[in-house]
Design a protein around this ligand. Structure first.
Ligand SMILES: Cc1cc2nc3c(=O)[nH]c(=O)nc-3n(C[C@H](O)[C@H](O)[C@H](O)COP(=O)(O)OP(=O)(O)OC[C@H]3O[C@@H](n4cnc5c(N)ncnc54)[C@H](O)[C@@H]3O)c2cc1C
Length: 382
């Protein structure tokens, strides 16, 4: 029997697993090269991890903190940084983000590829079956056998990079479930406000949906809002959801402190282009002329205007949904349904915020799976 490990998908997680397992594994990808999504990360610079402490790190994965913790503790950012250093890739820090010193994502891909075992590109998998202790991976070119299989096929965003959800029927045929997938970490589109007239303005926003609230930096776009807080908040937004956007946290007292002769647009610490679209009828009014009702209207609009929201799927950087975490062991990434089958990275229903958290997860989950396989083979990490 072939004692090898088959890695399906050679993106961030697959490359990390294959670099750890080396000749113990072979990889299959339906694209003609690996790491295509990795190459476009961080605008081509690859924000591959973070400087966060572990306590902080685990809070950036929404409701999956419990599931991601063992892998992130086993392969934390400092280990990821030193792993790449050993492979010849020096890191540099920008705030809490970590990039290759060269600013080239290709350095990350090439470093991992150099340590990888055999690779089969452009093979289309039609099925994966387990007979006895052996997995049979049937492709359009041949039948591969393996003792273990790591599925690292990513999510469904930027499908041109290869992560297109084509593996889902195969995962289901193995007895697993797929939680419906959607693109997140993306622009929130809002049609009820003519945001295009304020395009390019950077500001701090408070976003709310029911009891969920996030505050942080955002950018107004032609169609709505983007930037870190909007992208992170997109995790919570379903099509046609009503969300609340807060521009300024003011009370009635604010007006009392202003000169009565001043125009409303001149006393608000917001760019005029934004005031023009938010308060078109009141902006030219003098503070002394505003009625109590009008002041309330200004406060309501600035503190939290309710709008219908949609997500821009085309710009989504991560996938929410996929293999449910309840079907996978959180320490080893091994399937609870089929022994010897592993899931790593974005194919799982785990998505992180922007800031290097998704690659950190892809690398850490791959490390857990690869280490578990080495342990089963009574081998140690070289
Ligand atoms: C524009 C953009 C910028 C980003 N920037 C960052 C960033 O700076 N920092 C960060 O942390 N995250 C970033 N991300 C997110 C990050 O890239 C992903 O979370 C990460 O690549 C997921 O890794 P993965 O290995 O699970 O999947 P992927 O990297 O998507 O790899 C999946 C691989 O599986 C292959 N595959 C898929 N289906 C099959 C199949 N049926 N058969 C064979 N092979 C298959 C694909 O060809 C691909 O090679 C960004 C994403 C995008 C789109």
């Amino acid at each position: 029997m072939n004692k090898s490990t088959a890695i399906i998908g050679l993106g961030a997680a697959g490359l990390m697993a294959s670099s750890i397992l080396g000749p113990e594994a072979f990889s299959l990808d339906h694209q003609k090269e690996g790491g295509r999504k990795l190459l476009v990360t961080g605008g081509g610079r690859c924000n591959f991890t973070t400087t966060d402490t572990l306590e902080d790190l685990v809070t950036h994965y929404y409701d999956k903190r419990n599931f991601v913790s063992p892998s992130l503790y086993a392969f934390p950012p400092e280990k990821i940084i030193s792993y790449f250093k050993e492979l010849g890739v020096e890191a540099k820090r920008e705030g809490t983000k970590v990039f290759p010193k060269s600013d080239k994502s290709s350095d990350i891909v090439n470093a991992l590829l150099r340590k990888s075992g055999r690779i089969f590109f452009q093979e289309r998998i039609s099925s994966i079956r387990k007979e006895g202790d052996v997995f049979h991976i049937i492709t359009d070119k041949k039948i591969h056998e393996a003792e273990h299989v790591i599925i690292a096929t990513g999510g469904i965003t930027y499908p041109q990079t290869g992560s297109d959800g084509s593996i889902n029927p195969i995962i289901k045929s193995l007895g697993h479930t797929i939680i419906p997938q959607k693109g997140v970490l993306t622009e929130i589109m809002i049609s009820s406000i003519p945001f295009s007239k304020a395009e390019g303005i950077s500001l701090s926003l408070t976003l709310k949906k029911d009891k969920i609230m996030m505050k942080g930096d955002a950018v107004i776009t032609a169609r709505g809002i983007s930037g870190p807080v909007a992208e992170n908040f997109s995790h919570y937004v379903e099509a046609k959801d009503m969300i609340e956007i807060g521009f300024l946290d003011i009370e009635k007292d604010y007006f009392k402190k202003q000169s009565g002769k001043a125009l409303l647009k001149n006393v608000l610490p917001l760019p005029e282009r934004l005031i023009n679209i938010l308060l078109p009828t009141l902006k030219e009014r003098r503070i002394a002329e505003l009625s109590s009702k009008e002041m309330d209207e200004v406060i309501r609009t600035l503190r939290g205007i309710k709008v219908e929201a949609h997500l821009n799927g085309k710009r989504a950087m991560c996938t929410k949904g996929g293999v449910p975490v309840r079907e996978v062991d959180r320490k080893s990434m091994e399937s609870k349904i089929i022994p010897g089958l592993y899931f790593t990275g974005e194919v799982l229903d785990v998505d992180g915020e922007c800031g290097g958290y998704n690659l950190t997860w892809a690398f850490a989950s791959a490390y857990s799976a690869a280490l578990d396989i080495l342990k089963k083979k009574k081998l140690v990490l070289s």
